[in-house]
Design a protein around this ligand. Structure first.
Ligand code: 3PG
Length: 306
């Protein structure tokens, strides 16, 4: 079978080498399309692929249509909002993600961004410490729970909001359960977002929630830009000069926001949450293994388009 890695933002070489040897050992062939600059290049590359490994690359209906032999696509990572699941299902193509494999990298970045913002984006002047502050985790999956552990190491008080607390071990982890999403926002000096972008969450975080944040709070977004209602975020930042926003996924308006709000807002130049060798190796190798097992025994663990 021909397995294609198509990554606009490439994996570290060590991860690609690891995938290549797994694929070879299993008797498949590997093709590589990195740093592509047009969808046409992707259409061409997928045309004879049996399996596809991507990162945040958009796997649209057009990509699926171009991939005549495709049987499985694996998003090397957690969020699969970049895959057109309906188009996959229509062609009986199995879509998977690799949950948890890159979570530590994202969790560490969330903490790094908190320190960066607490220290005024490393500009001179008096900053503040994480110790003793309250952090609110909006969702408590693989990343949220890792952020909780790290935050506790910094002496922070950790709160989390989850829809079904019975599914998690918040008390065991020493994490306070916020009974409502509003209560979470009211109690968060740092509010860290860990919800996926779905039809239900798109634009979910707007004025009503943001206005509830306590004085001097900072929002950390290592999730998706789509979950924030950006015009309302701007409105609240205008009204509340005490609030800060740091994101790993800059929006189109980011430069305007910088002009308006200076170092109260920060965005990484290119999404880097999962951009570590370790995360690339974990998620990349997991993707290859999942594909190999699927071809070997029909294993559909981690299928997301059931
Ligand atoms: C994920 O959903 O796994 C992260 O957002 C990582 O995305 P990336 O592979 O594009 O860095």
């Amino acid at each position: 079978m021909k397995i294609l890695i198509a990554t606009e933002k490439p994996f570290a070489k060590v991860a690609v080498d690891g995938i290549a040897s797994l694929v070879k050992e299993a008797g498949h062939t590997l093709a590589l399309l990195e740093k592509y600059t047009s969808v046409e290049q992707l259409y061409e590359a997928v045309s004879d692929a049996d399996a596809l490994i991507v990162r945040s690359d958009k796997v649209t209906k057009e990509v699926i249509d171009a991939a005549k032999n495709l049987k499985i696509v694996v998003r090397a990572g957690a969020g699969y909002d970049n895959l057109d699941l309906e188009a996959c299902s229509q062609r009986a193509i199995v879509a998977m993600n690799t949950p948890g494999q890159n979570s530590n990298a994202v969790a560490e970045l969330a903490i790094g961004m908190m320190i960066y913002m607490a220290r005024n984006t490393f500009t001179p002047g008096t900053g503040s410490e994480l110790k003793g502050k309250r952090i609110g985790l909006h969702a408590y999956g693989h990343i949220g729970s890792l952020v909780a552990k790290l935050a506790k190491g910094f002496g922070m008080e950790v709160y989390a909001y989850v829809r079904d607390p019975k599914k998690y071990h918040l008390e065991e982890d020493g994490v306070h359960t916020a009974l409502s999403v509003e209560e979470l926002y009211e109690n968060s000096d740092f509010l860290s977002l860990h919800i996926p972008a779905t039809a239900q969450t798109k634009g979910f975080i707007g004025k009503t929630l943001l206005e509830k944040l306590p004085k001097g709070a900072c929002i950390i977004n290592t999730a998706r830009k789509e979950v924030i209602n950006e015009p309302e975020l701007i409105e609240v930042l205008e009204k509340r000069p005490d609030l800060k926003y740091a994101t790993d996924i800059a929006t189109e308006n980011h430069s305007t926001m910088v002009e308006k709000f200076g170092n109260r807002v920060f965005a990484t130049p290119k999404k880097m949450g999962a951009q570590t060798s370790e995360a690339n190796i974990n998620a990349g190798l997991a993707s290859a293994e999942q594909i190999i097992n699927f071809f070997k025994s029909g294993d559909r663990t981690f299928q997301v388009n059931k």
